[in-house]
Ligand binder design. Sequence first.
Ligand SMILES: *Cc1c(COP(=O)(O)O)cnc(C)c1O
Length: 463
Amino acid sequence: MRYISTRGQAPSLGFADVLLTGLASDGGLYVPESLPAFSQDEIQAMASMSYAELAHRVILPFVEADVTSAELKVMVDETYAGFSHHAVAPLVQLDRNEWVLELFHGPTLAFKDFALQLLGRLMDHVLSKRNKKLVIMGATSGDTGSAAIEGCRHSEHVQLFILHPHERVSEVQRRQMTTLIGDNIHNIAVTGNFDDCQQMVKQSFADQSFLAGGQLGAVNSINWARIMAQIVYYFYAAVAVGGPQRPVSFSVPTGNFGDIYAGYLAQQMGLPIKQLVVATNANDILHRCISANHYVKNDLVKTLSPSMDIMVSSNFERLLFDLYDRNGEELAALIADLNSGKAESLATTRWQQARTIFASHKVDDDLTCEVIKQVAEEHNYLLDPHSAIGVEAGRACNEHPEVPMITLATAHPVKFPEAVIKAGQDGPQLPRHLSDLLERPEDYAVLPNDLAAVQDYIAKHSH
Ligand SMILES: *Cc1c(COP(=O)(O)O)cnc(C)c1O
């Protein structure tokens, strides 16, 4: 399988190169040239598979030029054996046709472990075959950082630099990153917001000269391999509630649009999905775009669901690529116009096409807490704030009450005690493997919101 850039100017690459590259040289994102498709019978057969078996089935077509079936099997087996629930991604029923897919049983308690635990292994595999080393730079609003560090900390081929916005991630989130101490792990707190961090990462990819010949890799969801690994649980959940005979809908707490884009791909690969609901917090550019064709950056709002606090969603470009008939040149011009403010909307027909695929809803902090409280009291189930936004959006957008609506529970509530306590619930306990987290020593550097300072630090420490 080959991968092409959404902006049409970069060379096409194979899986291993896409894995190590991150952003394409023309500033675009890599997507598969064509998608594998599964017949309804093939999807039916997934119902009897374990999570790891299903992951192997779904992922193999994307990687088989660089990873053998047997090698992939070892990697997915190891990856998902490290999850603390035997079902890996258990489904919990809240009500008739209302379900929650728990994606927080990995080592760092958020769905990002599903992809990053595998990504670390895939990178190590490819790098050791090529006898190469890689400097990885990533920005995190909280959950990516710890998941990436957990995924890469045993890698002998990777130096990992994670930027987080100083004093803008929760204490648990920060400590999940900064207490993982290792020679190849470098935590950087930038005195800016998440978009500042993300901007620095983007600029560093665009001009890698500060690395003096080194190569920069990505762990953010611009990395195709992350999206790929996330396609799996849409199939897993759908067949668990009666798919493919019975269509299902998904509501997805959305920030960078990586997770829900994986759901869109599952649909493109043959999974009968009725509705895909984009659930946002007050940072609602995607909701404004999908509901009203109004795509304008607003100032960042700090919310109780910080992992969705973003001004723009990088992976939306991957969807736009399809909406614009995969015309890279046209898309590059559109992105430039949207970024500069010259354009504030999509072409009407393209937007209407998006509306046939996605619904959207925005949930503010007050309502988020109300939902946590209501679900705790009526269903005896504690949601984290991101997942609560998903549940509420799923309810608000549901046009097919006869179809199961599955909300992706993207994080464990213990990661976001502020919202849980505001909702009048007892703060949950940390699971056993993290019980002494608040006592562990931390290691991180605080750097100014300045690209040169950050790049200088990375150059000095990426020996
Ligand atoms: C990263 C994250 C999200 C947003 O996912 P995207 O793929 O960026 O849309 C939602 N909830 C939680 C808890 C997260 O960590």
